[in-house]
Design a protein around this ligand. Sequence first.
Ligand code: MV4
Length: 504
Amino acid sequence: MFKKILIANRGEIAVRVMRACREMGIQTVAVYSDADRTSLHVRYADEAVHIGPSPSTRSYLRIDRVIEAARRSRAEAIHPGYGFLAENPDLARACTKAGIVFIGPTAEAMELMGSKTASRHAAIASKLPVVPGTDRNLESLDEVKRLAEKIGFPVMLKAAAGGGGKGLRKVESAAELESAYRTARSEAQNAFNDPSVYLEKYIEQPRHVEIQVLGDHHGNLIYLGERECSLQRRHQKVVEECPSPLVDEDLRRRMGETAVRIAALAGYTNAGTVEFLVDRDRNFYFLEMNTRLQVEHPVTELVTGVDLVKAQLRIAAGERLTLRQEDIRMRGWAIECRIYAEDPANSFFPSPGLITYLRPPSGPGVRVDSGSYVGWRVPLEYDPLLAKLVVYGDSRASAIARLERALVEYEVSGIRTNIPFFRSVAAHPDFIAGRLDTGFIDRFLADGFPRREMPEPEAQLVAMLVAALESRREAAGAVTPVPATNAWKTGGRESLLSSWPARR
Ligand code: MV4
């Protein structure tokens, strides 16, 4: 096993990887930019190397600086986390060249899966289920028109270099095709420096279900169940769970076996995720493969009992998978909420700033993967993910009850967070019933969220005033009755406790 590795990332995921390292006796090296001098991942690591100014293009995205930091600190391997360089084949190649192990798949596997058309082509050639559409880039408007008619409207135009919802365009009719084609191409060019687009049949009200896979360097490839990720806002996942309420044992086995076959097409090693769209008749179609550890990996960990980061480290060190497919058992239910420094009452705008108070939830079935602490200033330079709240219960209902309890416990002051938004989601009848199609969040926001709440500074003033009055009454010998929960006692959090639409 490695003695020392470098984590080429920041925030909660860097801390998550370092936690696995500490348990395995592996020394850790953090990298950091100017904005992250006091960040938790820097404090947590055994060593830290400054790699540049705050903009990620001049720090976390600089392959040369990351490699140099690994060389100087004599790290044997690099874990890329997610985002930043995680799916950049050039980092994997630079590692190989420098004699450093890249903790992830090969550059070739990343390249094949990085191209949506190349991965679709490979899957179609092996007769695996793929969203109906083209298996190569479209060359001309004439070709687009001809193929769209053949597929049948509505169709989706997608960027070949895209993924994760970037560069999508729904086209309802032939009349819209020409202008959609031109905008899609120019958007793809701007976002990915590659104008290539392709066509898919539009799947109505799909669900997003993804399969976790692990592959070692000895030909073993297994799947670790699914994650339900249909709750998204602007193609950003908001809530993820494992298992999916939609998936039964038979569908899980069929999707899992398909995912393993797709991964095998790339000679896949290490941790990866195969994404599927599932239609209303529960047909599933390969969408894309993510060649990294994902944000939502903890829900799979809680339900399968497998530590995915430790598995990644062992695989990268050349060890054999000790788990066989038949050893993977799913037990209980896990739900994750991504806690962001953003203001749900103001179109989810980022809300960076100083954290003046923090009381994360704890207790049975609660896991918080966090990169923040009291007194830390959330930088505005990066994705404002503060923490992931992950709850576990023996059933979906008990996981939801724990989620509601944990969200009531969660207190953050100084910045705005999306915690109130999750309190409302967790209490929503459609969420509770597992009706999680991709339109849920939009309908939910249109239906009257957010409710008005007392602004934070005023709420704090009220709470201080109440506390001062109570202590004077007590000093004068009065017995303070146990108060009924009210807006004064809770410093304005009352409206959060009685979340929309109504407490059950
Ligand atoms: C689609 C689709 C309908 N038909 N592709 C792909 C990436 C994901 N973030 C959005 N994607 C979609 N691809 C075809 N052919 C609908 C979506 C989609 C979606 C999918 C899963 C979960 C939420 C979604 C929200 C909007 C659109």
